[in-house]
Design a protein around this ligand. Structure first.
Ligand SMILES: N[C@@H](CCC(=O)N[C@@H](CS)C(=O)NCC(=O)O)C(=O)O
Length: 256
């Protein structure tokens, strides 16, 4: 059988999948995608996938027999192992700044931001409640997946608790807005967030900003606010990798 080359197991709208795709596209890697339906069919919990990714999350990159999980590890691997433009600054200090930025971007609670603007008058999201019900059904149906599903159920309950607490929701929104401030500062007088050339930090910042826009937070960088981020966002939208990596900044909460 012919070598399939690198395979990215991903989900189109997942923010982490978009980050991995941007890194692959920037490096010019010829890869194929296999969709893991993390929503309706919950394929991430199926044994064929958890064998690859025991944490049952996307993305996963497979190259021959090598399997790489965790988005930061995936993009770092892609940058190190494939030809193409270097996406990590050579200067160790700049590389450390880039890594810190990536950690900050990854550290936000994107699900809170997703549902925060779509709560009912009691601070509840029917989508999150339905998801919890679905996870408990799966827990009954697949006892062999109980450890994984119990973690998911606990996560779902925590999310419901956060969403029901306006102070907690505001705290997560403030963390995200502070990140946008940080990006605006980092972009003062330079075209990219991590260095003077496109870097892994841009593969993270782009889907994060796209996600904020999708969730209705574009006001953070419109009407003269955070002008460096506003100009950066326009530049990133115009890059060929935006389309090639399928960065998503419009859509419906059920798609993601
Ligand atoms: N730290 C992990 C996080 C991955 C992650 O949370 N992926 C999300 C999509 S962005 C996912 O698979 N969610 C499905 C689920 O949690 O059931 C990484 O960087 O790969």
């Amino acid at each position: 059988m012919s070598d399939p080359g690198p395979i990215l197991y991903d989900y189109p709208a997942s923010i982490c999948s978009q980050m991995a795709r941007l890194a692959l596209v920037e490096k010019g890697v010829d890869y194929t995608r296999q969709t893991v339906d993390i929503m309706g069919r919950a394929e991430q919990s199926e044994p064929w996938y958890t064998t690859l990714n025991p944490r049952a999350v996307v993305p996963t990159l497979k190259i021959d027999d090598e399997v790489v999980t965790d988005t930061i590890r995936i993009v770092t691997y892609v940058d190190a192992e494939f030809d193409g433009p270097a996406l990590t600054p050579k200067n160790p200090e700049a590389a450390a700044t880039m890594a810190a930025m990536m950690g900050d971007i990854m550290g936000l609670h994107y699900r809170v931001l997703l549902y925060a603007k779509r709560l009912d008058e009691n601070g509840r999201s029917q989508t999150v409640i339905d998801r919890g019900r679905f996870l408990r059904q799966q827990r009954g149906q697949y006892p062999d997946r109980s450890a994984l599903l119990d973690r998911r159920i606990t996560g779902n309950e925590k999310l419901q608790t956060i969403l029901a607490d306006p102070d907690e929701v505001s705290r997560h929104e403030s963390d995200a807005a502070a990140l946008v401030d940080h990006l605006d500062d980092a972009l003062a007088g330079r075209p990219f967030v991590g260095s003077d050339t496109y870097s892994l930090a841009d593969t993270f910042a782009t889907p994060a900003l796209a996600r904020f826009r999708l969730h209705g937070y574009e006001t953070w960088w419109s009407d003269g606010r955070r002008p460096n981020v506003a100009a950066y966002y326009r530049r990133m939208e115009e890059r060929p990798n935006w389309v090639a990596a399928e960065v998503i900044d419009t859509g419906d909460e059920r798609d993601i």
